[in-house]
Design a protein around this ligand. Structure first.
Ligand code: ATP
Length: 242
């Protein structure tokens, strides 16, 4: 399974994606990082067809931009930034919304994220971290080949953030997984490949082990170090801005 895209996108006169090329394959977790406003969410929305970019988006050679929504839903799924729901669905009903266009398995999705026991609870009774897992279950229930996630760990404590990242690591064997992350250390630890975005362009791409502090300093406009701790690479921003 392979997703390939080359896209530009403008909001009105303002071009926020500038002929950006991206490729993702099953078996590798691709993380997109970069500062606020770099265009990360716009890129994901362009890849899944929420926005209509100029260019091409292909999944296993199929042109996603020309497909009808129901056909596209079988191939690619978007997990939006978490915002807590106001409505009174049960967890199971919420996850069923993912499967209704494609007929994917709700039970399998709930079991995969560990919410099967909570399926009859109201979605509003879940914690923020559990709700994020429900969002991922809803995406899995869609049964698509590619899942694109927008900052799935942003409201989570470190334990829940690791749970989500472990889940994604487990899913990469069966699906194309692309995730936007704000936490550089989660990206360094879990991604097989990193795309660093700045001002609507790809600023750097490579393996997490290859990125240098200089790249992160230039893209985030800070001073930083990358140190090795127990054979993990850890990004440490210098706290006082110079
Ligand atoms: N609906 C919109 N209309 C006009 N401009 C928009 C719209 N959505 C986003 N933008 C602008 O496009 C640029 C890219 O936004 P985008 O949300 O893709 O960035 P991001 O990298 O995901 O940012 P963040 O990390 O803050 O979520 C920003 O300058 C933003 O202000």
């Amino acid at each position: 399974m392979r997703l390939f895209a080359r896209v530009s996108y403008s909001y009105g006169q303002r071009e926020v994606l500038k002929d950006l090329e991206i490729e993702a394959r099953r078996g590798e977790l691709l993380a997109i990082i970069g500062p606020n406003g770099a265009g990360k969410s716009t890129l994901l929305k362009s890849l899944v067809g929420i926005l209509k970019p100029i260019g091409k988006v292909e999944l296993d050679g199929k042109d996603l931009l020309s497909l009808k929504p129901a056909e596209r839903a079988r191939l690619i799924t978007y997990v939006p930034q978490s915002s807590f729901p106001e409505f009174a669905f049960t967890v199971e009903e919420f996850v069923e919304m993912g499967s209704y266009m494609t007929g994917g398995s709700v039970e399998e999705a709930l079991k995969k994220v560990g919410l099967w026991e909570r399926r009859r609870d109201r979605i509003t009774t879940l914690s923020g971290g559990e709700f994020q897992l429900a969002l991922i279950a809803r995406a899995l229930a869609q049964g698509s080949r590619a899942v694109l996630l927008d900052e799935p760990t942003s409201h989570l404590d470190v334990n829940h953030a690791l749970t989500v990242m472990e889940l994604l690591r487990g899913l990469k064997a069966e699906k194309i997984i692309i995730t936007v992350l704000h936490d550089v250390n989660l990206a360094l630890e879990y991604a097989d490949r990193l795309v660093v975005m700045k001002d609507g362009e790809k600023f750097w791409e490579g393996k997490p082990g290859e990125i240098t502090p200089d790249v992160l300093e230039r893209v985030y406009g800070i001073r930083a170090k990358i140190v090795e701790v127990d054979s993990h690479r850890v990004f440490i921003p210098e706290l006082a801005k110079v």
